[in-house]
Design a protein around this ligand. Structure first.
Ligand code: GTP
Length: 264
């Protein structure tokens, strides 16, 4: 166990869903879908946007990093490019994160879920000190689940699939939090192939053999490495656009929360 455990009765704690994924995987659209689903079917969530560079949010955030830091001004002031500006904005915001936690704490007794949107450039959050501080602070107070959004159609070849899984694996080992692989965009391509590749080693090897480049043997070897990783996570197929798969997703969330309380 690396994360200090909150001591209060678990039923009084809202679940934090930390939505992370590659640029364009559908994080913001999924945030909108989860927000709408929770409003319609359960209790309205508390919504946090930590992406300083998003132009338009299709949902209303209770706390929005853009109200505190203007990343374009940060770029000018510190003479930085876009990624440096986003990272520095997140750093500046993190210095005030205790205030964010206070606001969440005040609302927590009336909440079941807190949704967190993260920057489009995944590494700005997952490989920065600020991202780590934010993640650990949330996980120390609330059951926190990483929702790793996968662009399913773009992960349909063995090579892209394995590189996305390796990235997901690195985030899981870095955060050490319960983890859900959310295969998004199943309205375009169902995620059955991914489930098969994760559960049937031979099926993946067969698909990898179709690749005739030097990558094929690397891809095949990597799948062996990832077997352990596959066993420890949950998978949900969904479409942020159509809304299909929401029940399965929230079932995976319930299981992940159980894991938080028993193992972290
Ligand atoms: P960045 O903030 O740039 O990293 O993107 P993001 O991960 O927040 O993705 P975003 O929600 O902006 O979606 C990227 C594109 O994918 C948009 O054109 C969305 O309409 C589309 N998209 C998102 N979810 C789905 C889905 O479930 N199905 C389909 N068909 N398209 C989707």
């Amino acid at each position: 166990m690396t994360t200090p455990k909150p001591e209060t009765d678990r039923t009084k704690k809202p679940t934090v869903l930390l939505v992370i994924g590659m640029a364009g995987s559908g994080k913001t659209t999924l945030m909108q879908r989860l927000n709408a689903h929770l409003h319609a079917e359960k209790k309205p969530p508390y919504v946090l946007n930590f992406d300083p560079a998003v132009a338009n949010l299709p949902y209303t955030a209770n706390i929005d990093i853009r109200d505190t830091v203007k990343y374009k001004e940060v770029m000018k002031q510190y003479n930085m490019g876009p990624n440096g500006g986003i990272l520095t904005s997140l750093n500046l915001f993190t210095t005030k994160f205790d205030q964010v936690l206070n606001l969440v704490d005040k609302r927590a007794p009336n909440l079941d879920y807190v949704l967190v949107d993260t920057p489009g450039q995944i590494e700005v959050f997952t490989w920065s000190a600020s991202g780590t501080i934010i993640t650990e602070a949330l996980a120390a107070s609330y059951p926190t689940v990483v929702v790793y959004v996968v662009d399913t159609p773009r992960s349909a070849s063995p090579a892209t699939f394995i590189s996305n899984m390796l990235y997901a694996c690195s985030i899981m080992y870095k955060t050490k939090l319960p983890f859900i692989l959310a295969f998004n965009k199943v309205d375009v391509k169902p995620h059955d192939f991914a489930v098969e590749w994760m559960t049937d080693f031979e099926a993946f090897q067969e698909a990898a053999r179709q690749d005739t480049t030097y990558m094929a043997s690397l891809t095949a070897s990597m799948s062996l490495v990832l077997e352990e990783f596959y066993k420890t996570l949950r998978v949900a197929g969904l479409s942020a656009i159509s809304g299909q798969g929401m029940d399965g997703f929230f079932q995976a969330v319930d299981e992940a929360v159980d894991e938080y309380w028993t193992e972290y």
